[in-house]
Design a protein around this ligand. Structure first.
Ligand code: FAD
Ligand code: NAP
Length: 329
């Protein structure tokens, strides 16, 4: 495995932050990951694992080793799916749907790689990774130990997992369980199917999700971004009820730990759509997305984040939490 010095990461994340890695390497196997762990240990370097860079905000140059996970592997059957962490997530969903292997179609067009999917338990249109998860294999970045995690080990939550909390693991591979279940009740999907006079099938849901996403979200190539910049806040039932009294149109959804509110609605109603700091802009197309023109620094993004969080807190009394990983944090 090759370790390169002083490598530009600008084109390696979808937000296109300017950042150089002191060291950079690409792992194509578990053995490469072990070699990288040894390399970093000898030089006392922290390791940042990189997938497709679609949920990562680089806040400065990186003193350590950036380890891009490029481990391939894609075995699909109707009973089980086995994937290497470096496979592209959407290509897998697309191939599975084409082959009649269902249960993943709601998660179509989520950018990034398989290995990052468990990090924040990716979810969209009424389905999350945990619903189809069997197990994963990961290497401990301190000890080099290889460990298999089943679902109960992973502490999956709403855009959360053990791996996001600990940042100690390089995910190598994952097993998922296909399903015949059709999840077509999410309002956007349901109405798309009705408008197109289509029955719910794995293929039609896949098509609905792809079309809705393409029409609603800014394209990362022309408008670099990191997807939803804030998580939807989950508040106590009493807080949600009080807010509903003042703002009856506030979208809210019961959640296992309280009531989930729409962060996009809060940001839009706080008058923040179109707000800019340097080259960072709260997208006019989608209030949860911050776009970047590729020229600005983290200090400006930080000011924009602070402005959004404090305006929403002032106006609604609700704290917003940033969704992507900020590194160094
Ligand atoms: P990266 O950005 O490379 O990494 C993200 C984090 O995971 C980092 O902390 C990184 O260190 C870690 N990581 C990456 N690979 C590994 C690995 N193999 N082992 C250990 N740690 C690893 N997310 C959703 O949940 N639902 C959506 O609908 C959704 N839509 C999006 C739409 C757009 C336009 C964009 C830009 C993003 C969207 N996201 C969404 C966020 C993002 O696509 C997902 O979080 C995705 O899983 C990130 O994958 P990645 O490979 O790009 O991860
Ligand atoms: P939307 O359909 O306009 O809905 C707004 C928000 O309301 C969503 O965030 C969603 O929460 C929630 N919601 C809507 N109907 C719901 C229901 N029946 N039950 C529970 N929650 C419901 O959202 P959107 O912004 O266009 O995004 C569509 C989907 O893609 C969402 O699932 C969203 O999470 C996902 N997405 C995620 C990212 C990311 O970077 N994380 C980026 C783009 C899109 P949930 O977010 O919990 O689903």
């Amino acid at each position: 495995m090759q370790f390169l010095q002083n490598v530009s990461l600008k084109s390696k994340t979808t937000l296109q932050m300017r950042s150089n890695a002191a060291w950079y390497g690409e792992a194509r196997s578990a053995e490469d990951v072990l070699e990288a762990v040894m390399f970093a240990r000898e030089r006392q370097l922290p390791i940042l694992v990189l997938g497709g860079g679609s949920n990562l905000v680089l806040s400065s140059d990186i003193d350590g080793l950036v380890l891009a996970n490029r481990i391939s592997g894609c075995e699909l059957t109707n009973e089980k799916v086995r994937l290497g962490a470096g496979e592209n997530w959407h290509e897998f969903v697309s191939q599975a749907t084409r082959q009649g292997i269902g249960g993943f179609e709601n998660l179509a067009l989520i950018p990034g790689n398989v290995g990052a999917a468990p990090m924040q338990n990716i979810g969209a249109y009424g389905l999350e990774l945990a619903d189809r998860f069997i197990s994963l294999n990961a290497i401990n970045l301190d000890s080099g130990e290889s460990v298999t995690f089943d679902r109960s080990d992973c502490r999956f939550g709403y855009r959360e997992s053990l791996f996001k909390q600990e940042r100690l693991w390089c995910i190598i591979s994952m097993e998922l369980e296909p399903s015949d279940e059709l999840r077509a009740s999410y309002p956007g999907v349901h109405s798309w199917l009705q408008d197109h006079e289509l029955e719910a099938t794995h293929e039609s849901i896949y098509k609905a999700v792809c079309e809705i996403r393409t029409s609603k979200l800014p394209d990362v190539l022309s408008h670099p971004n990191a997807g939803s910049f804030f998580k939807n806040p989950v508040v106590a039932v009493s807080v949600s009820e009080a807010l509903q009294q003042s703002y009856p149109s506030l979208p809210s959804f019961p959640d296992s730990t309280g009531v989930k509110l729409s962060a996009a609605w809060l940001i839009e109603q706080a008058g923040l759509k179109g707000t800019a700091e340097g080259g960072f802009l709260v997208s006019e197309q989608h209030a949860l997305v911050i776009t970047h023109d590729g020229t600005s620094h983290f200090a400006e993004l930080h000011r924009l984040i602070d402005r959004i969080r404090s305006r929403v807190l002032e106006r609604f009394g609700v704290e917003l939490e940033v969704e992507p990983t900020i590194y160094p944090g």
